[in-house]
Design a protein around this ligand. Sequence first.
Ligand code: DO4
Ligand code: MG
Length: 279
Amino acid sequence: MRLYKTKSDIIIESESEKKFFVARHNDWDSFVNRDNLYEHVTSEIPHSKPVTEQWLSSQTLEAPIVSQEIWAAGVTYLRSRDARIEESKDAGGGTFYDKVYAADRPELFFKGTRHRTVGPLGKVRIRKDSKWNVPEPELTLFMSSSGNIVGYTIGNDMSSRDIEGENPLYLPQAKVYDGCAALGPCILVAEKPIKEDSMITLEIKRNGKSAFSDSISINRMKRKHKELAGYLFMECSFPHGVFMMTGTGLVPPNDFSVKSGDEIIIGIENIGTLRNFVE
Ligand code: DO4
Ligand code: MG
């Protein structure tokens, strides 16, 4: 099942029936923050108004977030470790990124709130003091306030590689700024954990032509989803639930930076496609 958010409604997609419904309740925070989200959504369908797929495609979808925080895990794929070691070699990156990849404790950082996040077709931003920027296409977990993984979405962890590469203490500035994240197009609410071999794809288009594309399976990630959730919830509470981007395994070559006007297309099997533009 998938949940979409518009300004006024919550839309339920039942994959098994290939049908769409407008939920009778539209308070996002209370609707999604529950351990039995799958059962709850299933039980809401008979009380929801059927709509067509065509109607849904005429609606403006918002990022599926209201009061939740977004956190992110880093250096969870070898490709990210290697790219970071390379970009930060003058700042001693050879040791600290290698160590965090191997350590028991993962790298977790605060990424943002709804205010800094755009939804489908929204414009992500490049900092004006940065020259080297990339999108990071990441499987994003949605966890209820008790720490259970109850859904999945697509996240883009926009990153300023020159700023994080200059000094690791600049990471919050490289990662958190207005328009630094995109989420969507929906929350996949699954009865079972997402398939381990689900593929993530990234395409960046410039002037309508493909400028970069690549893909990776989520089972190439070193850490387990529950392990990341366990560290996040160890000393933090999230009264409305929380999103966690699980890290990138797709990094364009070092001579590539996104530019204003580029289109970023991220797909994850069973969740859908998140399309954004660079402001
Ligand atoms: O350590 C820097 C950030 C890592 C990150 O965002 C990632 O691996 O996805
Ligand atoms: Mg990332």
